[in-house]
Design a protein around this ligand. Structure first.
Ligand code: AMP
Length: 176
C-alpha cells in the first residue's frame, strides 16, 4: 500500500537516544534533508495553506528552523527574519528570556526587523514544550506585528506545546 507523504517523512526521522543529554530522544531530521524528494515534501507540507494568509515575514528560529523558514519565505515571496540565540545578531535587538528544562535561555530579534502591523508566520523544525516558539511569538508581537500562524515539521504532542501556543494557529506535519 502506498504510504502518505507525511508518513514517508516520519519513517525517515531517526531517533537518537540520550542526545544531547541523557533522557532526551533527539529527532534527527538529516535523513529528510539529504533526500531531495523528502525535503521537498517537508517544505510543501509545512507551507501548506500559508499562501492564503498574506504573510509579510517568515520568522525562522535558530538554527534548524532556518533550514525550512528561508525556503518557505522565498516561496511565499515574503521576507525572512531570523530569531537567534543571545549575542549572535549584529544590530540593536529586543530580547526575551524563556525557561529551558534546566535554567533559561535568551532569544533575540533585530529591533527594526518587522514593521508594525505586519503579518508573520513563525517556523521551526520541532515543537516540544513550546517555550522557544512562545518566546519567538512574544518578540514578534513586541515589534507590533501579528503572528498569524506557526509551522513545525515535528510535534512531540505528549509535551503539550500546542496548549502553550493555543492563542495561535499551530500547524505540524509529523506528530508523536
Ligand atoms: P521547546 O521550546 O521545548 O518547544 O523546544 C523546541 C526547540 O528545541 C526546537 O528549536 C527544537 O529544535 C529543539 N528540540 C527540543 N526537543 C527536541 C528533540 N527531542 N529533538 C530535536 N530537537 C528538539
Amino acid at each position: 500500500m502506498a504510504s502518505s507523504p507525511a508518513s514517508s517523512l516520519q519513517k525517515a526521522v531517526r531517533d537518537i537516544p540520550n542526545f544531547p543529554k541523557k533522557g532526551i530522544v533527539f529527532k534527527d531530521i538529516t535523513p529528510i534533508l539529504k533526500d531531495p524528494r523528502l525535503f521537498k515534501i517537508a517544505i510543501d507540507l509545512m507551507g501548506k495553506n500559508l499562501s492564503e494568509k498574506k504573510i509579510d515575514y517568515v520568522v525562522g528560529i535558530e538554527s534548524r528552523g532556518f533550514i525550512f523558514s528561508t525556503i518557505i519565505a522565498c516561496r511565499l515571496k515574503a521576507g525572512f527574519v531570523p530569531v537567534r540565540k543571545e549575542g549572535k545578531l549584529p544590530y540593536l535587538t529586543n530580547k526575551t528570556a524563556y525557561a529551558l528544562e534546566y535554567g533559561e535561555a535568551v532569544l533575540e530579534i533585530h529591533k527594526d526587523a518587522i514593521e508594525k502591523g505586519s503579518r508573520v508566520v513563525i517556523v521551526d523544525d520541532l515543537l516540544a514544550t513550546g517555550g522557544t516558539a512562545l518566546a519567538a511569538a512574544q518578540l514578534v508581537e513586541g515589534l507590533g506585528a501579528k503572528v498569524v500562524g506557526l509551522s513545525f515539521l515535528i510535534e512531540l504532542s505528549f509535551l503539550g506545546g500546542r496548549k502553550k501556543l493555543s492563542r495561535y494557529g499551530v500547524h505540524t506535519v509529523i506528530r508523536y
